[in-house]
Design a protein. Structure first.
Length: 203
């Protein structure tokens, strides 16, 4: 409950957010925060972990009905993943821009000028093995959405899921030139399912 209330405030204020603001948003007394977290840094680190964690988006992917047509399933998956990436970027970016480092950010109990612990990663991303596990979990969730149409694909659902995630993450992470609008989710899915030719063997 505390982290849920804190996330939008952290996205807006970064490390400058106060525990009194978070307490008001959560509808609790400020002292309750310090019964759950030893200091503000620990709360901010928990917000980073929640933002980069995949539990929420995996639940959303699992809730997509397999009875929906394939393009609809993929469009809903694309939106869930876009929202996840946006939230992660906003929260981690706001904290990083305001000087917070995992385990040593500004706030109660932080040691200004202290060296980071050996496993400190500046709040930017989870360790590489954690990233790999998260990507595998996301790919498996997309594979589940593709399974009902396995017979319709020329490639395995595993490869189609990998292509879907690659297209989606490239779209989200690569700014398009001002003259070119980025691919819409529908266009991305059309490219994935039908390619870019007007008709098969037209080239």
């Amino acid at each position: 409950m505390i982290i849920t209330a804190a996330l939008p405030l952290v996205a807006e204020y970064g490390a400058a957010v106060t525990t009194s603001q978070i307490a008001r948003a959560a509808g609790i007394g400020e002292g309750t925060i310090f019964r759950a977290f030893k200091d503000k840094d620990e709360l901010l680190d928990a917000c980073v972990a929640e933002a980069v964690g995949t539990d929420h988006v995996l639940r959303e992917l699992a809730s997509i009905s397999l009875d929906e047509p394939l393009p609809v399933r993929l469009a809903e998956a694309a939106e869930a993943l876009r929202a996840h990436m946006e939230r992660m970027g906003t929260v981690v970016g706001a904290l990083h821009a305001s000087g917070h480092r995992r385990g040593r950010g500004p706030g109660i109990g932080s040691g200004e000028g202290e060296a980071p612990p050996p496993d400190d990663r500046d709040g930017k991303a989870p360790p590489p093995d954690s990233r790999a596990q998260s990507l595998t979990a996301l790919r498996n969730a997309v594979i589940e959405l593709l399974e009902p149409d396995r017979a319709a694909f020329r490639l395995s659902p595993e490869k189609v899921a990998a292509a879907f995630l690659a297209l989606l993450f490239t779209r989200l992470q690569t700014p398009a030139p001002e003259a070119d609008a980025p691919l819409t989710p529908d266009e991305l899915i059309a490219v994935l399912l039908h390619g870019t030719l007007n008709a098969p063997r037209s080239a």
